[in-house]
Design a protein around this ligand. Structure first.
Ligand SMILES: NC(=O)c1ccc[n+]([C@@H]2O[C@H](COP(=O)([O-])OP(=O)(O)OC[C@H]3O[C@@H](n4cnc5c(N)ncnc54)[C@H](OP(=O)(O)O)[C@@H]3O)[C@@H](O)[C@H]2O)c1
Length: 264
């Protein structure tokens, strides 16, 4: 099969710092070593232009190698990495190490991977703003934050995170969470969309069979139609390609409502 056979989604979102993030990205959690090089290369070959890694994934060097060897121009790929809150106080060194491993002079998005306790989040957020202003990352954001934590860092600095990456799928849909992010101008990025029983949920399977699509494609398409960033992970080249082949169909308003209803 050639890439011409794939119908990639072209949707993007403009983040608060002005960058454009492709709604579809490639997740790399739990992919290590040569698998990480192969899978990232397969994703880039399939047409993904957004890669999601993290310091704690231990695969930044492999993701960076695949990107460098892909021949895809740097400015055409959106790269995210994340800093664990345990690295507060040495966050700048953490980012510089990420950049070295990724073979990049900046990332497109740097996230606080999960909330720390006490003053860690606001201290980290101030350092994140400095790193962004120094040009080491285009955008800054958080992950696994709730609305109160988003407000805490925003009020401390006058600057809201561009994005919050949280666990998300039709089974977790919650209009309040969507509204909380919209009201704050924080983009919603979902992770683990294909976990937690989504792939064999009877309602999702029914929609997939009716549309002659896979359950994964239905779930990814649901994110895109909500303008939610989605970052499916796979080590399997066929699934990597199939998960990106979601530009050629649309879920009806009725199917979208049905899928939203799975979260309530
Ligand atoms: N910020 C955070 O705290 C956080 C937490 C978790 C994840 N993430 C990010 O979000 C990304 C996605 O989440 P995730 O890694 O939990 O996994 P996911 O995308 O929900 O995928 C879960 C599993 O589904 C399988 N899969 C993928 N495509 C499939 C398909 N078409 N049909 C059947 N099975 C399929 C994959 O196995 P195979 O590899 O065997 O195909 C994968 O292990 C991560 O890789 C990471 O980048 C962030």
């Amino acid at each position: 099969m050639t890439n011409d056979a794939l119908q990639l989604p072209g949707q993007t979102l403009t983040l608060s710092g002005g960058s454009t993030i492709p709604l579809l990205g490639f997740g790399t959690w739990q992919i290590k070593g040569d698998d990480a090089v192969r899978a990232t290369a397969a994703a880039l070959e399939a047409g993904y232009r957004h890669l999601d890694t993290a310091t704690v994934y231990g695969n930044e060097a492999e993701v960076g190698r695949a990107l460098a060897e892909s021949g895809v121009p740097r400015d055409q790929v959106f790269v995210t990495t994340k800093c664990p809150p345990d690295n507060a106080g040495k966050e700048l060194d953490t980012l510089k190490k990420s950049l070295e491993l990724l073979q990049l002079d900046h990332v497109d998005l740097w996230l606080i991977h999960w909330p720390g306790s006490g003053s860690v989040n606001t201290d980290l957020w101030k350092a994140f703003i400095e790193a962004r202003d120094a040009g080491l990352t285009k955008e800054i954001g958080v992950s696994n934050f709730d609305a109160a934590l988003l407000d805490e860092v925003t009020q401390a600095t006058g600057e809201a995170p561009a994005i919050n990456q949280i666990r998300w799928s039709p089974l977790l849909f919650d209009a309040q969470t969507v509204g909380d992010h919209r009201d704050r101008g924080v983009a919603l990025e979902g992770y683990s969309a294909l976990r937690g029983g989504t792939l064999d949920h009877p309602v999702i399977v029914e929609i997939a069979e009716r549309l002659d699509r896979t359950p994964a494609q239905v779930i990814i398409r649901w994110h895109l139609q909500h303008e939610t960033v989605v970052i499916p992970k796979s080590v399997n080249a066929d699934r990597i390609r199939s998960n990106a082949d979601v530009g050629g169909f649309e879920l009806s308003a009725e199917d979208m409502t049905t899928l939203d209803g799975l979260g309530s």
